[in-house]
Design a protein around this ligand. Structure first.
Ligand code: SF4
Length: 293
């Protein structure tokens, strides 16, 4: 619950505000980019939401904020309930963003895939009643794909409740020592006809991406969209091995996909040819940096 006594001066005047407990995770800026901006080391309300859709997005951000740093001077219960009911947010074809990001993963995004052979959770949101009930209504969770060690959050609770199999790479498995499936090495692993697990070490030794229907690539912290530069980006710090990271980015040129769904950073939908060009450009920028370094 945000504290109006800790309201940041960087907020514009009005109903919504961010307080000084913000951890600058970016979640609110992804959900309501027209209302939230990064100011110094925090997010802040740069423009009070002034339409139904923007107010709705601001309430979604309030609920998704991992540390409860977003508040209102006057709460609208009905709008809050509508925002709650909107999660998980449908992206496309049974793929949705869970919301309710967890502080345990520094506010990483979790995703949900409804699939006839068993549903998937990609990384973990907070374990909360609303999501548990939605997942129950949609057939439960069969697999929990953990992109890397930082974004495990409440995966153990979801696994215990739904009897789901957690999937993690061996190199990151110290954070989930009882995981039901451990992936080793760097070769891709197929799961059924529509899923492919692709080890992409670099950010961490055990980072992995999940390719679904050759359309959706869940990337954890390996790759994301930067809305300012309008380009695909990859970590420049907190890297296990820089050269390995570049090779792991290059590896993705062998795959076709149209969506990048990231743990941190924006998600993006591009034509597969444009996505490939973006990926190639990222590899070239990083290669250049490697030569110059
Ligand atoms: S979602 Fe919350 S913690 Fe994250 S940047 Fe926004 S206000 Fe800060």
């Amino acid at each position: 619950m945000a504290d109006r006594n800790k309201r940041l001066d960087s907020n514009v005047a009005g109903n919504f505000f961010v307080d000084a407990t913000c951890i600058n995770c970016d979640t609110c800026r992804q959900l309501a980019p027209l209302s939230f901006e990064e100011v110094g080391d925090y997010s802040a309300i740069s423009r009070q939401p002034d339409s139904d859709s923007r107010i709705h997005q601001a309430y979604q951000a309030l609920l998704a904020c991992p540390v409860g740093s977003i508040g209102t001077e006057h709460s609208d219960k009905s709008r809050l309930q509508t925002a709650m009911a909107s999660f998980p947010l449908q992206i496309e074809n049974g793929v949705s963003y869970c919301g309710f990001n967890s502080e345990k993963s520094f506010g990483a995004n979790g995703f949900f895939i409804e699939h006839q052979d068993g549903n998937w959770l990609i990384d973990s949101p907070r374990y909360i009643k609303h999501l548990v009930e939605v997942f129950e209504r949609r057939g439960g969770i069969a697999h929990i794909f953990l992109t890397h060690k930082d974004d495990v959050a409440d995966a153990d609770k979801y696994a215990a409740h739904f009897g789901a199999k957690r999937i993690i790479h061996q190199a990151d498995s110290d954070v989930a020592p009882t995981a039901e499936r451990v992936i080793g090495g760097e070769e891709p692993v197929r799961v059924g006809a529509e899923f492919q697990i692709i080890p992409v070490p670099g950010h961490t030794a055990g980072s992995m991406a999940l390719l679904y229907r050759e359309r959706f690539l869940f990337t954890g912290d390996h790759l994301w969209w930067d809305p300012h530069s309008k380009s695909l980006e990859a970590p420049t710090r907190l890297i296990w091995r820089r050269w390995t990271l570049i090779e792991s980015i290059r590896k993705l040129l062998d795959y076709r996909f149209e969506w990048v769904l990231a743990g941190h950073g924006d998600r993006v939908h591009l034509a597969s040819t444009e996505m490939r060009a973006q990926l190639q450009a990222l590899v070239e920028r990083r290669e250049k940096g490697r030569v110059l370094r």
